[in-house]
Ligand binder design. Structure first.
Ligand code: G3I
Length: 364
């Protein structure tokens, strides 16, 4: 009888300890020996007390989802709007959360003024560079010492797997050719020699895109362009990347840079893939999902578990993993115009409660 009581006590104690741990352990605590875990926020997220509390407790990194983008900071030439970005930077500093800067040069969310003169004609390369330099210098100097890493150039590689030209058509590219990418990094290094400088893109595990990024970064490094890291956005789904696809990208990128950040992670349960919403064929029928069934939640947990297991193996090169939004209710995927069904891509549900994927990510 005595032995039974003892055994039962041990079982109960073990169960209680496990439950207590999983209740208490946050993402940042679970990953303290691996990498920082960040989250992308809009300024409004920080005004809601309960949400702000969860952000502080759960994460030790922050990105601005939109508030540090070119059009947000400089909607017109010389007209600067700092308030949201300043408030996010203040929140990060007050709570000891390292802040990633997103982003300096992107073909999207940039004012048209960047490319045109007052007669509506495309500007020369020299004028474009002067405008890029002013933007990059003004922004980086304002946040010097407060933003430790910048996505200097975002999404400059083609989304066409068949294209011979590895670069994405854009007004930057039309005016200056691929050189604009190098110039952006040079301006960034001048502005803040201490910040880590990243090239950031999505679908970076797909062989064509992975290789284009690798080749571009390798050449830039060989030519002395000041680039420190590659940002893998990580807009994934539950079928892709496979472990092999993910490992191959990490392996290749870590052979050319010392810093990899997973900058915009989410794992959607429908057919979409990537920040540019490239359709994915092999999604095992998961189009138009409207409900997160236990089966789909389990498959999502499997995918998250695999991704984090592999990332832990690459902790020497991966310095940060950032989730793109706080919870399923807030995901950018379901907010976009024309979004169909639901995507349920994050670790927290609509009520900001942990999902099965959360427990699999922290329990290793
Ligand atoms: O600010 C305006 C607001 O004034 C207006 O009333 C409202 C009406 O639609 O739109 C607001 O702008 C929206 C903006 O988000 C801020 O909420 C834009 O329409 C909307 O297109 C924009 O979407 C953002 C998207 O980038 C733009 O491309 C998403 O929130 C943001 O999550 C997403 O983030 C990108 C990364 O920067 C780069 N990688 C891919 C990722 C997902 O596309």
């Amino acid at each position: 009888m005595k032995r039974f009581v003892c055994t039962a006590a041990v079982v109960l104690l073990t169960a209680w300890t496990a439950a207590a741990q999983s209740r208490l352990e946050t993402l940042k605590e679970a990953y303290k020996d691996y990498f920082t875990i960040g989250v992308a926020v809009e300024m409004g997220d920080l005004l809601a007390t309960d949400k702000a509390l969860q952000i502080k407790q759960m994460y030790n990194g922050l990105s601005a989802e939109n508030d540090m983008k070119p059009i947000s900071l400089q909607p017109r030439e010389g007209v600067w709007r700092w308030s949201n970005a300043d408030n996010i930077a203040r929140f990060a500093a007050m709570n000891g959360m390292p802040l990633r800067g997103h982003c300096l040069i992107w073909y999207k969310q940039v004012g048209e003024w960047m490319f045109y003169d007052d007669k509506g004609k495309l500007v020369s390369k020299e004028v474009l560079y002067e405008r890029m330099r002013t933007h990059i210098h003004t922004v980086m100097k304002r946040y010097k010492g407060r933003v430790y890493a910048w996505d200097v150039v975002n999404e400059a590689i083609t989304i066409d797997p068949e294209a011979e030209d590895p670069y994405r058509p854009s007004l930057f590219y039309e005016i200056a050719g691929e050189e604009y990418i190098r110039k952006a990094f040079e301006f960034a290094r001048e502005a803040d020699p201490d910040a880590l400088l990243f090239y950031n893109d999505f679908n970076e595990f797909m062989p064509y895109k992975r290789d284009h990024i690798y080749n571009m970064v390798k050449k830039m490094k060989a030519d002395g362009v000041p680039i420190d890291g590659i940002g893998m956005q990580g807009h994934y789904n539950i079928a892709h990347p496979t472990e092999d696809e993910f490992r191959k990208a990490l392996e290749l990128f870590s052979s050319v840079v010392d810093h990899i950040h997973i900058t915009e992670m989410d794992v959607r349960v429908n057919a979409g893939l990537g920040g540019g919403l490239v359709a994915e064929e092999d999604t095992r029928g998961l189009t138009g999902v409207t409900e997160l069934t236990p089966e789909i939640a389990g498959r999502q947990a499997d995918q998250y578990e695999m991704l984090f297991r592999v990332m832990r193996e690459y902790k020497d090169v991966i310095g940060n993993v950032t989730f793109w939004n706080t919870d399923d209710k807030e995901t950018w995927l379901d907010r976009r115009a024309g979004a169909e069904g639901r995507t349920f891509p994050l670790l927290f549900d609509d009520d900001r409660q942990p999902k099965p994927a959360y427990y699999r990510v922290i329990d290793f």
